[in-house]
Design a protein around this ligand. Sequence first.
Ligand code: 8YV
Length: 331
Amino acid sequence: MKPRIFVTRAIFPDVLDRLRTHFDVLDNQEDTPLASDEFVRRMAGRQGVLSNTSDRIDAAIIAQLPELKAVCNMAVGYNNLDVPALTAAGIVATNTPDILTESTADFGWALLMATARRVTESEHWLRAGKWSKWSYDLFLGADVHGRTLGILGMGRIGQAIARRAAGFGMTILYHNRSRLDAAIEQQLGARYVSKAELLQQADHLMLVLPYSAESHHAIGAAELAQMKPTATLVNLARGGIVDDAALAAALRERKIFAAGLDVFEGEPQVHPDLLTVPNIVLTPHIASATEATRRGMANLAADNLIAALGLGPHAGKPPTPLNPEVLERRA
Ligand code: 8YV
């Protein structure tokens, strides 16, 4: 009998077909949003789940799923998973690192450029038929080249963003939980500074840190007040890292110049105040959304699930585990 799995969200049909060769699959191709009791109902008696960051899998849910053996997130971020609780229950957890680094970094730059140079704001104005003449002060933006880029969170994606900054001749400052090796700092041309210094000196501040209780509202009113009034802020990481209400107020009061957000507290709901400020670029959590990258993420999550449930060429050795100690215990 094939192991039973649940794929919580719609995914590429060919990846679903691949999963079907190994598993008895319950899918959700209609993409119905699932409350936690519905999630538990669909998961009952299943050994694996291919999850999305919108699926909260915590200790209370795990306790109701005694047959669960593997949770494979199709995302690099895994703040939706209680990894210690999964580990304690002997359940393998995996994510999809690396595969999305470069596309996400590309998108970070798209947001930064659009934000600094007012691309969407001016397009909306043009589409509204308001363009009647050239003016010297039409949509004056903030320069990017030669300015100071601040990166909060210097993991894989932060480093990929820093590498791209070299082409813009920027000064690169970063703050991170731990400092990078001197050799990597040198390669990236990035200097470690305190968070306060980063806030004060950045002309363009990029958020790429993981979300946790510690990073909740890492950028709130107090932090925004420390930034330059000419600065831009880009959030590529997770919604809860920025206090959206405080950001909307700071933008309205011109405490900072502009912001670009791909992620939101409580998404897909967007704080109504953010929708009414002009100096903001808003995108629906699409930083990793290229055909190749999303397909790569889906296939890597599938590879993890197949291997974690003891099947395929890498049985027992999922490529990107979050809790390898569970695999060691199983071996
Ligand atoms: C995903 C992401 O698109 O990888 C992550 O952490 O935020 C995005 O790439 C999304 O979370 C899907 O689960």
